[in-house]
Design a protein around this ligand. Sequence first.
Ligand code: SAH
Length: 381
Amino acid sequence: MSETPTPPEGTTPLRLVFDEPRGRKKPPRHLADLDEAGRKQLLADAGLPGFRAKQLSTHYFARLADDPAQMTDLPAAQREELVSALLPSLMTPLRTLEADKGTTRKTLWRLFDGALVESVLMRYPDRATVCVSSQAGCGMACPFCATGQGGLQRNMSTAEIVEQVVAAARSLARDEVPGGPGRVSNVVFMGMGEPLANYQAVIGAVRRLTDPAPAGLGMSARGVTVSTVGLVPRINQLAEEGVPVTLALSLHAPDDELRNELVPINTRWSVAETVEAAWNYARTTKRRVSIEYAMMRGINDQAHRADLLGDVLNSYGDWGWVHVNLIPLNPTPGSKWTASDPKDEREFVRRLEAKGIPTTVRDTRGREIDGACGQLAATEA
Ligand code: SAH
């Protein structure tokens, strides 16, 4: 997937990027990059006993330990070597911003090579969701999205993705978030990056999140949502992967003319091709697909577009394969777009529901701490 689609006549040239620059240093190898056999092998290659891999995995995924001094079941003389072989430091928190009385926490991380990414923990009475990044930057160039403006720096490794969740799990387990000690119940790939453009690392991360402890975090695949601009071949591949995550498709417009502008990858795969892939995902996995639609005043929020969206989705049947999640636009600095009038938003919901499409408006948790990124929108309705 390296060639760039040809822009249609009369539009600005696209800057879609699928491949990261070559010749970069790779992030440190970490046990979360590997399955159990791979972890043992890595220790063996370093001349260390393979059976220690399981103890290290238990410390990382089950006990959420990050201090080697607490890993007293490892021989003191070998501890440092074992930890640096399988549990190297992956990222450093630079800043944490809080909102909603501390129940929303956004962390800015610096990766080993200086790249910056963000993750957000959102705690609700009945669940705790972590919104993770899958790439430093993004190559998909959606003009309303802050990350899309900066281009792609690089793909994140599986362990760098997983570590964002483990870090959130630690702060919940250690009672650092109001509401008492807790666990991560949901992970959404709605931070920086296009997850399906970093497919192998993202699938690896989903496996680590869902592998039973101590091989992984032991989460339910139902609690994991992968959000995409709509890389059609990758959606089809994901449908066959055997990990029934929830798929969210960032549609944002029901017609090609407007979607070409808002989500430039649409010039390669049309609305019809993209929605068909989403429907195929629902059919294959029996998981309801979520259509993301950022409401932009006077751009995509007209009554006729609500009707068209309903018709497009219903053309694949009304067996409950889909629901629509409207996201009030969080304008990026200098953006020419702004959020919809609440009246227009209500009418949009009404028209979709009149066509039998379940529709929710996403809550805007942590909006006031989204300023720096403008994109890490809070999740789920
Ligand atoms: N690349 C993936 C995931 C990242 S963003 C994707 O596009 O789906 C998660 C969601 O936030 C996407 O639906 C994205 O379109 C939306 N988003 C991006 N910028 C936004 C903004 N300024 N306001 C509201 N939603 C935004």
